[in-house]
Design a binder for this molecule. Structure first.
Ligand code: ATP
Length: 511
């Protein structure tokens, strides 16, 4: 929906000092298409609240949609608070003679510290918002609870997600929410184009409105999460919401791959791929998997700027190479490649899983293999694992091709899958035949799948290799390496042992 700003204060301007019930209006907190939100203070105790002013729906009779949205929001305000949503403590009617305040309703809410839109307005593009994983995990929990209660939000977007001082993250603005009757609800037709999935375009508007399914919220969560994880960037390119929405439709139709911003950490990239899928059914089926991934990502969030070592670091290529003859480093000091590592290891450090000198790994691939692996914070993704996969897949042949399977390049990527993880690392356009692009894309993939296979028992490096050869879903379903991949995974295991520095008894790495 395109915001209708009748004035800088939005649809229901109210001068500072205006009194509504016991509240005196102060600064404008924000405004949207249907309402204006002000801070207000209780005359008796001075406590601050947020007052959302909605116009008299009768005065809005010529704008049927506005009247419908206002009625819905008032109706929901009168009911018990929905899970994951901000409480409306009271509803009042303004006592004014003239529009726009005449007949206007005031919804009294707890005042939030900020909306996610406010956080994005001051975020640094290319970097996750501080505490991104915790924020998104809390929102995801709230959304899951809302759906479980039989409701769909219908208008999930940064302006409608509120963050409170005590860390709570709650959804607001229920004017487009709908109660499920079976698989779907109905809602008024207007939407925020940036946050609706491609299915919206083929929905018909009936007397009850358009069909609204929980899948709409899942898509919106994916778009919003991408913004939170990349400092405000949209995952679909375009100058305005209409152009971005067109890009989303093209992506859904298979005309363009989904390209996530390099700032999105690998584990989250996996989550977003599952949610930004064109099929509503696929989105719904992905929910339990996304639950598990988000829970793991929430646990992994480490405060401070150094946690930003996911895909961004991989894409940038950490300039760390193994120095010949370097002294062994105790593994307890070598946490730089482990989950939640606080800092990159020094350039001269040799870690378990680094490449052994004098093995068959070609010299011109060593730098990329080592730097790419160190860009992933999961300890199982080592240079030796990467080298072993490349050796077993292609024998380190950058021009390799398996026409029967449709797999190409040094890692034997299937091009359509490579497109989802592609990194143009050498600047020549992402290509499966560029060893550098293939290796960095391989790390993107392995690093992202680490959360998916985290509950599967076994050697995580080999489970990830199996995921690359088959799929992470197959590894999870099999509870280990799927039978048809076992032979190749055994060869990868042997090559990994042979190519990599191993762990010495006593906790040091041995070259
Ligand atoms: N309880 C609150 N505490 C603090 N700020 C709030 C609160 N509720 C809303 N806001 C701010 O007011 C802004 C406007 O909210 P409102 O619900 O009117 O519109 P919107 O959701 O941004 O847009 P639209 O109504 O067009 O969907 C929000 O973006 C948010 O920044």
């Amino acid at each position: 929906m395109s915001p209708v700003h009748g004035s800088p204060e939005g649809p229901v301007p109210a001068p500072s000092g205006t009194r509504i019930g016991p509240w005196t209006i102060g600064e404008l907190l924000g405004s949207g298409a249907w309402g204006s939100v002000y801070e207000a203070r209780d005359d008796d105790d001075g406590c601050a609240v947020a007052l959302k002013l909605l116009p008299d729906p009768v005065l809005a009779e010529r704008r049927i949609e506005l009247a419908e949205v206002v009625h819905r929001e008032l109706d929901l305000a009168a009911r018990p608070t929905l899970p994951g949503c901000v409480e409306v403590r009271a509803v009042l009617r303004a006592d004014a003679d003239e529009p726009p305040l005449r007949g206007a309703y005031a919804l009294v809410m707890e005042r939030a510290r900020a909306s996610v839109a406010d956080l994005l307005a001051t975020a640094e593009p290319g970097h996750p918002v501080d505490g991104a994983a915790e924020l998104l995990a809390s929102l995801w929990d709230g959304l899951r609870a809302l759906h479980a209660s039989g409701w769909v939000h219908g208008d999930l977007k940064p302006g409608n997600v509120l963050v409170f001082d005590d860390g709570r993250v709650l959804m607001a603005d229920l004017g487009l929410a709908g109660e499920l009757k079976g698989t779907h609800a109905y809602a008024p037709a207007p939407v925020s184009l940036d946050y609706v999935g491609p299915e919206w375009w083929s929905e018909r508007v009936g007397v009850e409105g358009v069909v609204l399914r929980p899948a709409r919220d899942l898509w919106a969560f994916g778009v919003l999460a991408h913004q939170v994880l990349s400092g405000g960037r949209f995952c679909f390119d375009g100058q305005d919401a209409t152009a971005r929405s067109r890009a989303a439709q093209e992506c859904a139709a298979g005309a363009a791959p989904l390209r996530l911003d390099p700032a999105v950490p690998a584990g989250w990239a996996e989550v977003l791929q599952r949610l930004l899928t064109p099929s509503e059914d696929d989105r719904l089926r992905a929910r339990d998997e996304v639950d598990r991934s988000i829970a793991a990502l929430r646990r992994r969030e480490v405060p401070g700027p150094t946690r930003r070592r996911g895909v961004a670091a991989v894409a940038a290529g950490l300039a760390v190479v193994v120095a010949g003859g370097a002294a062994a480093l105790t593994l307890s000091d070598a946490g730089g490649s482990g989950p939640g590592a606080a800092s990159a290891p020094p350039a001269a450090a040799v870690l378990a899983g680094d490449l052994r000198a004098g093995t068959a790994v070609p010299h011109d691939l060593r730098g990329d293999i080592t730097a790419a692996a160190r860009g992933c914070e999961d300890a199982a993704v080592t240079p030796a694992l990467l080298a072993a996969i490349l050796e077993v897949q292609s024998g380190f042949d950058a021009a390799a091709s398996d026409e029967r399977r449709g797999e190409y390049g040094v890692a034997l990527w299937t091009p359509s899958i490579f497109d989802q993880w592609a990194v143009d690392h050498d600047g020549g356009g992402a290509s499966v035949f560029s060893p550098s692009d293939s290796i960095y894309a391989l790390v993107q993939y392995l690093c992202a799948k680490a959360t998916v296979v985290s509950d599967v028992p076994g050697d995580r490096g080999l489970l990830l290799a199996a995921a690359f050869l088959t799929s992470a879903d197959r590894v999870v379903a099999a509870g280990g390496v799927p039978p048809d991949a076992r032979a190749r995974v055994e060869r990868i295991a042997a090559a990994r042992d042979q190519l990599g520095v191993s762990r010495r008894p006593g906790g040091t790495a041995e070259r």
